[in-house]
Design a protein around this ligand. Structure first.
Ligand code: GAL
Length: 361
C-alpha cells in the first residue's frame, strides 16, 4: 500500500522505504508483476502539446511494463473530475494529472487518498489539498523571465531606448502556472514601466484584467482587437507579452486584421510558449517573434520515473521540496529548464527530434 506518511521527499539523498505490501509494489500479484496501471488525466486535445504529453507518458510507461488509462478532459473541469473519479474506481495504481481547474479536483483526490493512490500533479500544480504527492513541471517563473527578457532585448530597453507601447496577456485564471509566468515576466518588465520606456496604453496591467480563460486563442484575439480599436487608432503597439503560442496566434490574427505586418506598420515583438508547430512556422515566417521551448517528452519522462520509483518503493528524486506551496503543503517538485527559441535557433527543435525538418517547411 502507498503510504502517504512515508513520503519525506527532501531531496535525492533522502532514501526511504514505502510500505512494500500493496499495489504496484513487488508484492507478487499479477498486476504488480506487470508494473500495474497508471491513470493519466490530461486537460485538452485542442492544443498540440498535451497530445505530445499524453502520448509520451503512455509510451514511456508501457516501455517500463505499465498499463495505462489516458483520458482528456476537453477543458471542462467537471468532466475531468468525473474522469479522475472513474480512474479511482477502476483501481489504478497511480495518477498523473494535469489539472484544468487547479482547485476543482479536491473532492476526487480525497477518494484517491482513501484508496492509497499516489498522485502526481503534472505541469500545473493542484491547489488546496494535501492529497497531491509530487509535482513535475518546468521552472515556470523562468518561462516568464525568458519572455520578458526577449522583449527587453529586442526593444533595446537596457540601452535606454523607448518609449514603446506594450500590451500584456496572461493565461487561464484557474491555472496556477498563470501567476508564475506573469510574475516572472513582470519582475523584469516593471522597471521599464516605471521609467515609462514601456507604456501600456490600455492601462490593463493587473493580472485579473489580462487573463485568458482556458488559454483560448479566439478569446485573446477578441481582447487584442478591442484594445487596438480603443487605444491604437493613431498609435502603434510595439510589443505584446503573450504567455502561450495559442494566445500569440490569436493576438497575431487581431493584429493582421488591423493592418499590421507591412513595412509601414510592422508586427510587434510577440512572445509565446510551447513551441507549437503552427507557432514555430510563424516564427520562421517572421510573424511571431519567439516561443519558450519546453521539451514535454522530458517532462513525461520525469513523471514516469517518479511513478516507477513510487510504485517500486524507491525515493523519487526532487529538486525543490519547499518552493511549490499549494495552500495546504509544499509539494515536492521536479523542475525542468525551459529555453528560448526564435528565428535564430529554431534548428534546436530539429536537432532534438521535437520536429522533423520537413514538418517545419
Ligand atoms: C500551461 C502550460 C503551458 C501551456 C498552457 C496552455 O499550464 O504550462 O505550457 O501549455 O498551459 O496549454
Amino acid at each position: 500500500m502507498f503510504n502517504r506518511r512515508t513520503v519525506l521527499a527532501g531531496g535525492a539523498s533522502l532514501a526511504f522505504t514505502l510500505s512494500a505490501c500493496g499495489k504496484g509494489s513487488a508484492g507478487g500479484s499479477e498486476d504488480s508483476a506487470k508494473g500495474g496501471t497508471v491513470g493519466i488525466a490530461m486537460p485538452t486535445r485542442s492544443s498540440e502539446r498535451w497530445l505530445t504529453d499524453g502520448k509520451s507518458i503512455v509510451e514511456g510507461l508501457k516501455a517500463r511494463g505499465y498499463k495505462t488509462k489516458l483520458v482528456y478532459g476537453d477543458d471542462d473541469p467537471k468532466a475531468q473530475v468525473s474522469q479522475v473519479g472513474k480512474l479511482v474506481q477502476q483501481g489504478v495504481d497511480a495518477l498523473i494529472i494535469a489539472a484544468i481547474d487547479n482547485k476543482s479536483l479536491n473532492g476526487v483526490l480525497q477518494q484517491a487518498a482513501d484508496a492509497d493512490i499516489p498522485v502526481i500533479s503534472y505541469d500545473r500544480l493542484i491547489l488546496g489539498t494535501k492529497n497531491v504527492d509530487y509535482y513535475v513541471s518546468f521552472d515556470n517563473e523562468m518561462v516568464g523571465l525568458i519572455q520578458a527578457s526577449y522583449i527587453i532585448k529586442k526593444l533595446g530597453l537596457e540601452d535606454g531606448k523607448g518609449p514603446f507601447n506594450i500590451e500584456l496577456f496572461a493565461g487561464s485564471p484557474d491555472d496556477n502556472n498563470t501567476k508564475y509566468f506573469f510574475d516572472g515576466s513582470m519582475t523584469h518588465l516593471q522597471p521599464f514601466l516605471d521609467s515609462r520606456q514601456l507604456v501600456v496604453r490600455s492601462g490593463e496591467t493587473e493580472l485579473k484584467q489580462i487573463t485568458t480563460p482556458r488559454w483560448d486563442g479566439p478569446t485573446a484575439q477578441k481582447r487584442m482587437s478591442s484594445v487596438l480599436t480603443k487605444w491604437y487608432r493613431s498609435e502603434r503597439v510595439d510589443a505584446v507579452l503573450s504567455p502561450y503560442d495559442g494566445i500569440s496566434r490569436g493576438v497575431l490574427s487581431a493584429l493582421k486584421s488591423a493592418g499590421y505586418g507591412s513595412d509601414i506598420k510592422p508586427l510587434p515583438v510577440i512572445t509565446g510558449q510551447d513551441a507549437e508547430l503552427a507557432s514555430v512556422k510563424s516564427i520562421i515566417a517572421g510573424q511571431q517573434s519567439q516561443t519558450v521551448y519546453k521539451d514535454v517528452r522530458l517532462l513525461a519522462d520525469a513523471a514516469i520515473t517518479m511513478v516507477d520509483d513510487i510504485l517500486k518503493d524507491r525515493a523519487p528524486w526532487v529538486d525543490d521540496s519547499t518552493g511549490y506551496k499549494n495552500g495546504v503543503k509544499a509539494v515536492p517538485a521536479v523542475l525542468l529548464q525551459p529555453t528560448s527559441v526564435d528565428k535564430t535557433n529554431y534548428d534546436t527543435l530539429v536537432e532534438d527530434g521535437y520536429f522533423t525538418a520537413d514538418e517545419l517547411k
